[in-house]
Design a binder for this molecule. Structure first.
Ligand SMILES: [Zn+2]
Ligand SMILES: [Zn+2]
Length: 452
């Protein structure tokens, strides 16, 4: 056998061994996940029955911290601060597992639930009620599936603690509060996340989704979720008697003009190639039929991918509000107030295309080629993008975890009747195989990024 033939032969043997190695690694992981599933399902049901609102994630974060500590992670609690509310406690948790030299990978879960009264009728449905910040009595529910995320996160933390011989580097498990209020990720960054703890090379997260079957994952390279900005608009008029409009300046009519006028921002001022949404989600004004009120209050949400599009929309809202008030003859002292919130705002999510492409291959290997599907971007928002810093300095990747019974999804596609979605009182992810797929996909992703 010549040198060339020998080296070819050796290459072939190496290839066989590495394929066999990858296969046995995969079956090791499958076995470990199978063993863990019963306990993960019961953790999930316990979390589901005990949801906590944004900024109040006390027991949920304590559970996460306790579990990570028991697995050997070095845990820091109460990471985060809310500069506008110095009296608020942050329930952010960071668990670090150092395992030699190698990349630093962050995995993120959210901790919070929503003020939604659960209507699923499931045996483990939440019956929790509490007072919200405005003092209203509200039901509380994990209607966004953050309980699925926490459970997958804890399952992944356990797998990676047990499979330490297969990876090297620094693994950081990050549990963030207040995602639904979109100020939790910022709170953790404002508390020096990347200076107090190692700066990441990659940050990963998953989110359950009603449009993909349980057992599958979906991924979107590049822009995947929109930026979100809440805007408060106060249209001020001059109140008076409903029978004498000539003596008043009616802010209700002004609000009607404003709402119709702003529909042209997206349809007439914005490039059709730049996705954008302007929604008026609430309007309040007046008390009785025969009183013209002094003012009307509106709450809007703006969604875009590009920052310049967001800036254009904010400027157009201001211009239209002022222009309509001037046209209506409202005095300058009663000019409209248009205020974009700085705390209720988050940039768009840009999934690093190279990272997304690399991990899509990993998912196909771990779950089967048909179980990792590319899906289009959406206009919903997440504050996860903050962990990538401005201008996408750190590659981040959030992928979708299918959570719906495949037969139900097929039926919904056939009939066109939508299934309950995220934030619905009827949102009910199938715990298994959703959790199995969550743990398997996330663990495989980390093993690939940190392989020896
Ligand atoms: Zn949500
Ligand atoms: Zn969510």
């Amino acid at each position: 056998m010549g040198h060339r033939a020998l080296s070819l032969c050796l290459t072939f043997i190496c290839l066989l061994l590495s394929v066999a190695g990858a296969r046995s690694q995969q079956s090791d992981l499958d076995g470990l996940v199978d063993r863990e599933i019963p306990s993960l399902v019961s953790t999930y049901k316990a979390l589901h029955a005990a949801p906590e609102l944004s900024h109040y994630e006390e027991k949920t974060s304590a559970l996460v911290a306790g579990e990570l500590r028991a697995l050997g992670y070095t845990v820091t609690e109460h990471v985060g601060k809310y500069p506008d509310h110095p009296d608020w406690v942050s329930y952010g948790v960071v668990g670090v597992l150092k395992n030699g030299n190698g990349p630093t990978v962050y995995l993120r879960t959210e901790l919070d639930a929503l003020p939604v009264e659960e209507m699923t009728g499931l045996p483990y449905a939440s019956k929790v009620r509490t007072k919200d910040d405005a003092g209203r009595d509200v039901g509380v529910m994990h209607a966004c599936g953050h309980d699925i995320h926490i459970t997958s996160f804890l399952g992944t933390a356990k797998m990676l603690a047990e499979l330490k011989v297969e990876w090297r580097g620094t693994l950081v498990m990050l549990a963030q509060p207040a995602e639904e209020a979109i100020d939790g990720a910022k709170a953790m960054m404002d508390d020096g996340l990347y200076t107090r703890f190692p700066r990441p090379d990659y940050v990963l997260a998953l989110h359950d989704v009603p449009s993909v079957e349980a057992g599958k994952v979906g991924y979107t390279p590049g822009y995947a979720m929109a930026s979100s900005t809440s805007v408060e608009v106060t249209l001020r008029g001059i109140g008076g008697h409903g029978s004498a409009p000539q003596a008043a300046k009616d802010p209700i009519v002004e609000a009607a003009q404003f709402i119709l006028a702003i529909q042209t921002i997206v349809s007439r001022e914005n490039s059709p190639f730049d996705p954008a949404v302007v929604t008026v989600g609430s309007i309040h004004g007046g008390t009785r039929p025969n009183i013209i009120p002094d003012e009307v209050h509106l709450q809007l949400t703006i969604r875009t991918y590009k920052e310049e599009v967001r800036q254009h929309i904010l400027a157009a809202l201001e211009r239209m509000a002022q222009g309509i008030a001037a046209a209506d003859g409202i005095p300058a002292s009663r000019a409209p107030i248009v205020a974009a919130s700085s705390s209720e705002a988050t940039p768009s999510l840009y999934n690093d295309p190279q990272l997304a492409g690399r991990l899509a291959k990993v998912f196909k290997r771990a779950l089967g080629p048909e179980n990792a599907v590319e899906v289009p971007p959406i206009m919903a928002s997440e504050d996860f993008c903050r962990f990538g810093l401005d201008d996408h300095q750190i590659p981040v990747f959030l992928f979708w975890l299918g959570a719906v019974d495949p037969a139900k999804l097929a039926e919904s596609r056939r009939t066109g009747v939508p299934l309950p979605g995220l934030h619905s009182s009827l949102w009910a992810p199938v715990p298994e195989p959703t959790l199995r797929t969550g743990v398997k996909s996330m663990t495989s992703a980390v093993l690939d990024l940190m392989k020896k």
